[in-house]
Design a protein around this ligand. Structure first.
Ligand SMILES: [Zn+2]
Length: 253
């Protein structure tokens, strides 16, 4: 691996292109699978706060409690999103994992989501995001249909999928840059690869309608490489004139 300066050089160059066009890239940060306070969560909240990067923290409702709520109380840059119900996989062996998939009656899934949203609403009040984040970034269309009536204003998955497209009153705000190498080390991805991918995402966004780019983290599995990448990313972007890190809820509706 080369040094961080070199790794991020193409990102800096691309941001200079944004600057020259008089455009501002909108980035946003999502982190999944929080249940209880941990040292890793403290670190994530701290580095994002120091960089003035708003954080959408996706919380698994079933077993979370006011321990997590109390930890986040003073962290005004953090908002919480409903991350399924219990992060249980209901897909049969050999199929991709899903909690909110078509494997159970839709009423059962919907009533668990209502319970989940109510619980987090009671814990977090107006710091609860209107965005639902399905575990494993997958959800069946039959469930999506019900989301507005459950009080959700948006859905966030990964990549170019658009589950909300036919549902009135529901926006889509996806993540695009997953910093974890799930199929390999299950730690941070190769920083050169990540920087390159980010450059491509930025170029595509700049050439189009400057759509927001979502960065996806999973604090519980971060190794040294994942932490270092995030910290360097914040260093390069947080105070760059061509970048605006935005709160997820400001990007929907
Ligand atoms: Zn998850």
């Amino acid at each position: 691996m080369t040094g961080w300066q070199e790794i991020f050089a193409p990102v800096r160059e691309e941001l200079d292109n944004w600057d020259r066009c008089g455009k501002q890239a909108r980035l946003w940060l999502r982190d999944d699978d929080a249940v209880e306070p941990t040292d890793a969560l403290t670190r994530l909240v701290s580095i994002s706060g120091q960089a003035d990067v708003p954080l959408l923290l996706c919380v698994i409702p079933e077993t979370t409690s006011n321990h997590l709520r109390n930890t986040l109380e003073a962290e005004r840059h953090v908002r919480v999103a409903v991350h399924g119900y219990g992060h249980h996989n209901h897909a049969p062996p050999g199929e991709k994992a899903q909690e909110l998939g078509p494997h159970r009656p839709v009423e059962d899934v919907v009533s668990q989501l209502l319970w989940s949203r109510t619980k987090l609403q009671d814990l977090y009040g107006n710091r609860l995001s209107g965005i639902l984040v399905p575990p494993w970034n997958r959800i069946s269309p039959g469930v999506v249909w019900h989301l507005p009536q459950l009080g959700f204003a948006g859905i966030s998955t990964f990549g170019s999928t658009h589950e909300a497209k036919d549902v009135t009153g529901l926006d889509q705000l996806n993540t695009h840059l997953d910093i974890i190498d799930w199929k390999g080390t299950r730690g941070g991805r190769d920083p050169d690869w990540l920087a390159n991918e980010l450059v491509q995402l930025l170029q595509r966004s700049r050439g189009g309608d400057a759509a927001p780019i979502g960065v996806l983290a999973h604090h519980l599995v971060h190794d040294q490489l994942a932490w270092a990448f995030l910290e360097e990313l914040f260093k390069v972007t947080a105070h760059h004139p061509a970048v605006s890190w935005q709160a997820a809820d400001a990007l929907i509706g």
